[in-house]
Design a binder for this molecule. Structure first.
Ligand SMILES: Nc1ncnc2c1ncn2[C@@H]1O[C@H](COP(=O)(O)OP(=O)(O)OP(=O)(O)O)[C@@H](O)[C@H]1O
Ligand SMILES: [Mg+2]
Length: 331
């Protein structure tokens, strides 16, 4: 069997914050990503969803080794890349790309689009001038931009076009793994669907593999193969998108779905869905036991003291909830 493109084993990222010095206490730390296990198969789109601050971006960056890792391992095509440094790390990173919410983050405003797309090809020995021009034209076609746009600068484009340029830049070297971090959030709703379709078309054409970060569960259901739900640094549920939307096992996932307007009113009406109440606890001092217990409508005594393991919730579908263990699953 071919190994996953990317695999995380017990992946943990902690940030040490300033402070604690005068009180002689250890400085406060945030565990932004806490013992996450995850794998993404070749050609797959895994959506990563959860509320702001739950650790999605940090996890995405740690997987592509642009964020330092406190504990656990990252494997790329079965090879452990956790401890790579220097040239070896640089080489591994060239297999990865990141696409951001704000396309300006990855575009050089002083560079024409043609050079923006040609530069990675030149750096990686992409062939003669004619060959590079051909590849740039090919990628402009693929993202639905006119070839003549190559002569323009990023500021001459609309937001949607600019995101297409950023996507073209990320895809031009046909990377093994792409982390798209809220790539739709800055776009009008009308453009979001178009760009989502573009992601899908590119994936098929170039056999790409995505981690698609989004706070909007409803947006990704029809698009992702699998969905991972994150809460306060932990994956609390992961499974096929179809199974997750039809039978969400974790009360947090149920609440996220309830919070989003369902595209299927019949499904929506037939389901008993808990509403999310209360604030997200501080990541500096996450609740013991199940991290969701302070907001969970089904909380039981065990939830306050014992962290639930990932338990089966269906084929290839798991959730970290004590209700699954007790045989009295919610809904
Ligand atoms: N460089 C950093 N230094 C200290 N804390 C950080 C740093 N980066 C992230 N954090 C903290 O780690 C946690 C996770 O942040 P992260 O940006 O990964 O969340 P997110 O899910 O991507 O949120 P959003 O949806 O707002 O983008 C937050 O509590 C955040 O404050
Ligand atoms: Mg983020």
């Amino acid at each position: 069997m071919t190994p996953p493109v990317i695999e995380a084993r017990g992946l943990t990222v902690s940030f040490t914050l300033p402070g604690g010095f005068l009180t002689r206490r250890p400085p406060p730390t945030v565990q932004a990503v806490s013992a996450v296990d995850l794998s993404v198969a070749k050609g797959e789109t895994l959506a990563l969803v959860g509320e702001s601050g739950c650790g999605k971006s940090t996890l995405g960056r740690a997987l592509i080794r642009t964020q330092s890792i406190s504990n656990g391992r990252v494997l790329f095509k079965g090879r452990d890349i956790t401890d790579l440094k220097g040239e070896a790390l640089r080489a591994a990173r060239s297999s990865f790309q990141m696409i951001f919410q704000d396309p300006y983050a990855s575009l050089n405003p002083k560079m024409r689009v043609f050079d923006t797309l040609a530069e990675p090809l030149r750096v990686h020995g992409g062939g003669s001038r004619a060959e590079i021009r051909e590849r740039v034209d090919e990628i402009l076609d693929a993202v639905g931009l006119d070839r003549s746009f190559g002569a323009r600068y990023p500021h001459e484009f609309s937001g949607g076009q600019r995101q297409r340029v950023a996507i073209a830049r990320a895809v031009v070297l046909k990377p093994d793994f792409i982390v798209a971090d809220e790539p739709l959030s800055a776009l009008d709703v009308s453009l979001q669907l178009q760009v989502l379709k573009l992601f899908d078309a590119l994936r098929r054409r170039f056999s790409l593999t995505y981690l698609f970060v989004s706070h909007d569960l409803a947006r990704v259901f029809g698009f992702a193969d699998r969905v991972a739900v994150m809460y306060l640094g932990k994956i609390v549920e992961i499974g096929p998108a179809t199974s997750l939307v039809a039978r969400p096992a974790h009360p947090y996932t149920q609440a996220l779905i309830a919070a989003a307007p369902s595209p299927d009113p019949v499904l929506e009406a037939s389901r008993e869905v808990p509403r999310l109440s209360g604030e997200i606890p501080s990541p500096l001092d996450p609740p013991g036991g199940c991290r969701f217990h302070t907001r969970c409508p089904f909380v039981m005594p065990v939830c306050r003291s014992v962290e639930p393991p990932m338990l089966p919730a269906g084929p290839d579908h798991r959730a970290a909830c004590h209700l699954l263990g007790s045989g009295t699953g919610p809904a």
